[in-house]
Design a protein around this ligand. Sequence first.
Ligand code: C2O
Ligand code: CU
Length: 469
Amino acid sequence: MLTALIWLASIWTFTHPVASGFTARTADDTLASPPLLANLSHAARTVEVNLTAGVGKLSLVHGSAANVYAYNGMVPGPTLEANEGDHVIIHFRNNLPEATTVHWHGLHIPADQDGSPLYPVQPGKAHDYIFTIPYGTAGTYWYHPHPHQHTGYQVAQGLYGAIVIRSSSDPLPKSLREKVLILSDNRFRGDGSIELSDELSDKGQVDLVNGREGNVFFVSGKQMPVIDIEPGEIQRWRIVNASASRIYRLALGGQSFQQIGSDGGLFEHPADMKEILVANGERVELLVRGSGVAGSVVPLQALPYDRYVPQTRPGAWNQSVDLATLRYSTGAAVIPQSIPATLRVIPVLDTLASTATRYISFSQGLINGRMMDMDRVDVSAKLGATEIWQVENLVGMDHPFHLHGFQFQILDRNGVPEKDRRWKDTVNVPKHETARFIVRYDDFPGRWMFHCHILDHEDHGMMGILEVR
Ligand code: C2O
Ligand code: CU
């Protein structure tokens, strides 16, 4: 036992989390938002952190420990928190036995800091990621590895974490309790180790088509955590879908909630909803209102969602899954804080300013009929240009499209104009549907990835390169 502990201590680099932003959990509230990466800097407007990807053993499910990959010894990794305008320095160390990168999914930062497959960090090597957080980008993002053809494997092994960017002009009351819910799923063998199937096996072939799915569900690393809420209370939930392929259709036992933001931060106005679709790679920000009865419990559920082709659709696809429990305290109701009707103003990207339309088609495993080539530029564009992308899904399963580096605004889906203006970096394109969005390459020349965010598809070539110059 002692030797095991010493061994663990020697392979993990521990950083001690600091408290800020998030309210400490109460004794029975088992949803602990991941700890924050400790800021080592005392300089103003500077966030300097250590982040190490390493191997070790962790008990992900009850039972024996599994060999995992982890950031700073944790699954999920600690949350990176910064303010708009901050200078961020991440001292990254790769203690894995293979090359990796850290991709800051959704952040608007220089191309060579984006952690794309073009910039691998070799095993045993260190790399400093340095960037400044642009104003207007406060929101929920996430980080994950992005090595060429090996992203799915490394994420399955435990590498993913949340990013929270804050704004000094956040319109929501500071007194709202805030939670980070990172959704993920995984598969395990009887001994608790992570099950990855051989690509040539039948299961491996199904993984290749559907994207790898697990039957064990985690919310910020916990199975079925309990989230305490007081009657009347409003909580702010930042939800990240870190699953390799699963699309969550979330509901709170029929209780309504408000969506206040998505990938690129807050909406202009809160939207009332009863369920919400969160594709892999996407984030949503919700206001959960404690409208239930004191002492009652309400499940956070994933309702059935058919993203599959019939041939590989899992048998249990049409069953709801409980992910967490919202538990009402028995105390007297609190008076809800008031939420502003306007959260911010989102500038319009004008279609009249668009100088090109990019046609992207998804077929199974291919983009525009081709496989990813690291040396090929698929779309080349001018710095400062505004363009429209039309992403068409030609096949009978959903593919979520993600563009690195730039937030875009969806114009229409299947010809139906998008009602509200929102910043997005990932959009699910359902089977046989088409989505159009508008984007402006306002800064940061270089080579940027766009791809299907089903990690098995991305790894097998469903990716292309946009060069901005
Ligand atoms: Cu979250 Cu290119 O990925
Ligand atoms: Cu795909």
